[in-house]
Design a protein around this ligand. Structure first.
Ligand code: ADP
Ligand code: MG
Length: 726
């Protein structure tokens, strides 16, 4: 049997697959030949199979080191499906009881177990090491190997001890696997694991079906997101936020706007989390709002969008997270919201950390910011970051390619940059190079006496922003590069030296200016808020006609403020109408149809593009107190007691109750009115409102103020509105 068939047979038998994905086959062959192997394969590429398959056909047990206890069980379950023997795969971690560990050990000794998943912290336990020394190990697999490097996006200190422990247990080939690694991280991993000789298999990171876009983050972000989701109904998506609090808030806002969304973060108990995860897989939930804790190991092929609410801390994290979209090769929209303020906030958070960590964190952040602000093709930038050359100038599937910026000639600027890097002995980062270029005599520059060199200030005719754009785009073009060992320090490549000798055309695009865009967006939405006077008039006329027909005052139908809002955002069905302030479900159903029809007709006749397709319903903090007031009234608690219990003044309580009845909820406060007011007085006031053109309080006071108190008038007005309108 030839080599090829040898591996295809178990692939089919154990996994049911007909062919290998990416370079799985070559990787497995290398491992079988006894080499150390380094695998770089994008998320969803099929890394697990690279160690699972060989473990099944090799002698002994493979040790798989994997960071997440929660995922271990899933992986073990999955591999058990491939066999009739549950003993084929096990895991050891801190969640296992002593008796369970004994079973695991017995299965390993009897030779049934081909794969043993171990959490790195369990690997350091002396008793485990002792046991593992006594068995035959086929090889070690280090999954999510980027956890080894501080420059990766998920550094775990216990990952750094793996080599010494392997030495203690007994040597065997090592296979390290990760989906995200810059050159820096890759070098770190290989050094730390002592596998500098590893055969390296790198699949292209390019995911042609993913669309990348960066949007300015404004006040309107929630609305932007809701709009996006509503335009993609029924599609699965993930929204990443940096804080648990934001995760919960946003999930709530989405639910309030009738989007099936749930929160997911590490602070939730594991039962809730796995239910949420299952519901997402089963499509009972469309959108998951999560911190980065969500998604590792989730294999939902048809996630259609990944939104970053906050700018991610590193491009590694960003890439990993966006990678969860469109695994099936179909649509995958990756939208990140960026604002300079967020960046500053993140920097601020870092201040408490050790200096070395801060430095790393800042540099990673800077890469993210540079990516966001760049006008270069996103795909090209990302692939460059991961050490891959994208041969085309434009991918046609990112915001920058779809809205290209004009290119400008930067031949001379590039010469300046290269000259300054060389003149300062290739020892500095971009900030420093830029300071020398513009001639800024900072303490550091003076300390190195670089304010004395001829090149100092040679580029003072342009600003910092341009210099950053030149420096960054020169890296993508391969004229300069960042040093791997001394991260961030700029070096001139052979191509750069050649360029300096004989400069050719070098075109760049200026970075995007997010501050300006932010303002522009805000202005746009501000302008959209003007009331449509013609429509307002028509709505108001309709209200008048209805009020006559129904024999109720106009304001009982809808208040003016509600009509104004309608003439601003053009709701066209009952659902949308409920987003209007002062319009609850009851009112919308009772009176809404004719209004919606009128608005719709008006929009069609005048070809009005609705400025905001929808208005988001905010989660009113007050809604809790309102609900509680309604409950108390149902139980016939005296209103003054309710006010005391809620810690508010009586007139504030009346404000709340008025808001409740005006938005269409029926409540009955007769028990209280009867208690404190004379029956005749009540009907007197009631009659006034029935006959009056307006519900205005001042008018009512003028008419009846000498006989009744403001509170009495308001109480009866509440009774009246509630009975008439609802
Ligand atoms: P990674 O760890 O690289 O993110 P996984 O190992 O979880 O990816 O695999 C992703 C998906 O690809 C899984 O559903 C797996 O079953 C599937 N897969 C792996 N190898 C193959 C193959 N050769 N043919 C078809 N599907 C495969
Ligand atoms: Mg994996």
């Amino acid at each position: 049997m030839n080599e090829k068939l040898k591996l295809h047979e178990p692939l089919k038998r154990y996994f049911g697959f007909d062919s290998f994905k990416m370079n799985q086959e070559a990787i497995i062959e290398s491992l079988l030949e006894g080499h150390n192997v380094f695998v770089l394969m994008p998320t969803g590429g099929g890394k697990s199979l690279c160690y699972q398959l060989p473990s099944l056909i090799m002698d002994g047990t493979a040790i798989v080191i994997s960071p997440l206890i929660a995922l271990m069980k899933n992986q073990v379950d999955a591999i058990r499906h491939t066999s009739e023997d549950d003993g084929i795969a096990h895991f050891i971690n801190s969640s296992l009881a002593k008796s369970a560990i004994d079973t695991v050990k017995a299965d390993i000794i009897s030779g049934r177990t081909k794969l043993l998943y171990v959490a790195p912290e369990s690997l350091t336990k002396e008793e485990n090491v002792e046991f593992l020394r006594s068995i035959k190990i086929s090889f070690y697999a280090i999954d999510e190997a980027h956890c080894i490097s501080e420059w990766g996006h998920d550094f775990r200190p216990e990952y750094r001890n793996i080599r010494p422990i392997i030495n203690e247990i007994g040597n065997a080939p090592v296979i390290a696997l990760t989906a995200t690694a810059t050159d820096k991280v890759r070098t770190d991993i290989k050094k730390n694991l002592g596998i500098l000789d590893a055969m390296e298999y790198k699949s292209s990171f390019n995911r042609p079906n993913l669309y990348y876009e960066i949007r300015p983050k404004t006040q309107e972000i929630d609305k932007d997101i809701i709009k996006y989701i509503k335009q993609h109904p029924g599609k699965s998506g993930i929204i990443y936020c940096l804080s648990r609090k934001k995760v919960e808030e946003l999930a709530e806002v989405l639910r309030t706007n009738d989007i099936k969304a749930e929160a997911y973060h590490a602070g939730m108990d594991s039962a809730t989390r796995s239910k949420t995860q299952d519901d997402f897989l089963m499509e009972k939930i469309d959108v998951i709002v999560a911190t980065i804790a969500f998604g590792m190991g989730i294999d939902k092929p048809d996630v259609r969008f990944v939104i970053h609410y906050d700018i991610p801390k590193s491009l590694e994290g960003y890439y990993q997270e966006t990678g969860r979209a469109g695994r099936d090769g179909g649509e995958g929209n990756c939208i990140a919201f960026y604002s300079y303020k967020d960046l500053q906030k993140l920097e601020k958070f870092m201040e408490g950390k050790p200096v070395a960590e801060q430095d790393i964190g800042r540099q990673l952040l800077k890469e993210t910011a540079a990516y966001a602000e760049s006008s270069v093709c996103r795909r090209k930038s990302l692939l460059h970051y991961f050490g891959e050359t994208y041969p085309q100038d434009a991918c046609g599937n990112c915001d920058n390619c779809l809205n290209p910026k004009k290119q400008v000639e930067a031949k001379n600027y590039l010469c300046n940059v290269i000259e300054v890097i060389l003149a300062t002995k290739e020892n500095f980062r971009d900030d420093y190079i830029k300071d020398v270029l513009v001639g800024r005599a900072t303490d550091e520059v003076c300390a190195h006496k670089h304010n004395d060199i001829e090149e100092f200030g040679c580029g003072d005719d342009v600003n910092d922003k341009i210099w950053f754009a030149v420096i960054r785009q020169a890296q993508i073009a391969g004229y300069i590069e960042k040093d791997v060992d001394n991260y961030g320090v700029l070096k001139v490549t052979p191509a750069g030296h050649k360029f300096l000798k004989k400069p050719t055309s070098f075109q760049i695009v200026e970075d995007r200016d997010f501050d300006e865009e932010e303002e522009a967006v805000l202005m746009q939405s501000g302008a959209a808020c003007a009331v449509d006077p013609a429509l307002y008039q028509m709505l108001s006329d309709l209200r008048k006609r209805m009020s006559k027909d129904l024999d109720v005052p106009p304001y009982v139908i809808f208040q003016d403020a509600s009509l104004e809002a309608m003439a601003t955002i053009y709701p066209q069905n009952i659902d949308e109408l409920q987003n209007i302030p002062g319009v609850g479900a009851g009112k919308a159903k009772r009176y809404g149809a004719k209004f919606c029809q009128l608005i719709k007709q008006h929009c069609e006749e005048n070809e009005i593009e609705r400025p905001e397709d929808l208005r988001i319903r905010t989660v009113a903090n007050k809604s809790k107190i309102k609900v509680s007031i309604i409950h108390s009234i149902d139980r016939k608690v005296a209103l003054d007691d309710i006010a005391v219990a809620k810690g508010i003044e009586f007139d504030e309580l009346l404000d709340e109750i008025e808001a409740i009845v005006y938005s269409g909820t029926k409540i009955n406060i007769d028990y209280f009115i009867e208690d404190i007011m004379d029956e005749d007085h009540v009907s007197d006031i009631y009659l006034y409102f029935k006959e009056s053109e307006t519900d205005d309080l001042d008018d009512a006071l003028e008419e009846m103020g000498s006989d009744y108190t403001e509170e009495e008038i308001r109480l009866v007005r509440i009774k009246f509105i509630s009975e008439m309108a609802n």
